[in-house]
Design a binder for this molecule. Structure first.
Ligand code: GAR
Length: 293
């Protein structure tokens, strides 16, 4: 049971002991205070006494637990714990921190070579606010999966029908405590169940200046071939929120690069990749940092 709690709350043994002490002491303080308030009222009816006792106890409990958590160094845990509990009961907006450990847990969806995924995993490896907790891919053997294994990050291989027409793997994402999703070279359309479960919490990178060269089939070298065929003198990258349509949600960031007269899809892809590597993980960090503030 203790191990399950440690896993659920993502805490070590020593912190778990402090958390359990906080619950015990906070509960005792709450019971004592409730009796101090209710006894002088000399209530005769046991029904009224019981109801009042229950109401006061319920109202005081979060306050008592928070007070006790301060000297035990567990205020941050309990603030998140109570916020999450309030959200479950329908108070307040959905928490940005599903796991309640003060960190934003990211899942990266990637099916390509995974160069962007790797940059992201490296940037968040020791980050004070966020971690990459899961790498999701639909392609067995994808480079992104190897990068994740190399960096000790859990992976999940998904299958089309369940993702697009089933539960979108929400149980697995929830079990991993995922708060935020980053698409880094993921080509399937994101089903509405997933968009609804992560509102404004899924972002994508696209290797062109949206709204141009987006939509189904517009990925990787297809994009660069189209840009060159069109004679454009400029291309770039777009980082945007994801909605139910391909390459469509609100733009967060764009960066530009020239298209040179002798460019091929490969040379342009190289320039675009360099732009992505320079900006993507930094932009994700900015977005993620804002949601915890
Ligand atoms: C990136 O260029 C990304 O913009 C693109 O896939 C590549 C993945 O590269 N995404 C799309 O085309 C989405 N429509 P990587 O595997 O080396 O990170």
């Amino acid at each position: 049971m203790f191990q399950r709690l440690q896993h659920k709350w993502k805490v070590g043994g020593w912190q778990l002991a402090l958390i359990l002490c906080t619950f015990a002491l906070g509960g005792s303080l709450c019971g004592w205070l409730t009796r101090q308030i209710i006894t002088p009222l000399s209530i005769q009816s046991s029904l009224l006494y019981g109801t009042l006792y229950f109401v006061i106890l319920t109202l005081l409990w979060p306050i008592c637990v928070l007070i006790i958590s301060i000297p035990l160094g567990q205020f941050k845990f309990f603030r998140n714990y109570l916020r999450k509990m309030g959200n479950r009961l329908g108070f307040g907006r959905a928490s940005a921190d599903e796991a309640g450990d003060g960190l934003i847990h990211l899942a990266i969806f990637a099916s390509g070579t995974g160069s962007n995924a790797r940059k992201l995993m490296e940037r968040f490896a020791q980050h004070p606010k966020a971690r990459v907790s899961l790498l999701v891919s639909n392609k067995p053997g994808a480079g992104a999966l190897h990068h994740a294994a190399d960096l000790g990050i859990n992976t999940l291989l998904i299958e089309k029908d369940r993702f697009s027409n089933g539960d979108a793997y929400l149980p697995e994402l929830e079990a991993a405590g995922i708060d935020f999703i980053v698409l880094a070279g993921f080509l399937w359309k994101i089903p509405s169940a997933l968009v609804a479960a992560y509102p404004q919490r899924i972002i994508n990178i696209h290797p062109a200046l949206l709204p141009n060269y987006g939509g189904k089939g517009m990925y990787g070298r297809h994009v660069h071939e189209a840009v060159i065929a069109n004679g454009d003198s400029e291309s770039g990258i777009t980082i945007h929120y994801v909605d139910e349509q391909y390459d469509h949600g609100a733009t967060i960031f764009q960066a530009y690069c020239p298209v040179l007269p002798d460019d091929t899809a490969d040379t342009l892809a190289e320039r675009i990749h360099a732009l992505e590597h320079a900006h993507f993980s930094k932009v994700v960090e900015g977005v993620v940092s804002e949601i915890l503030d």
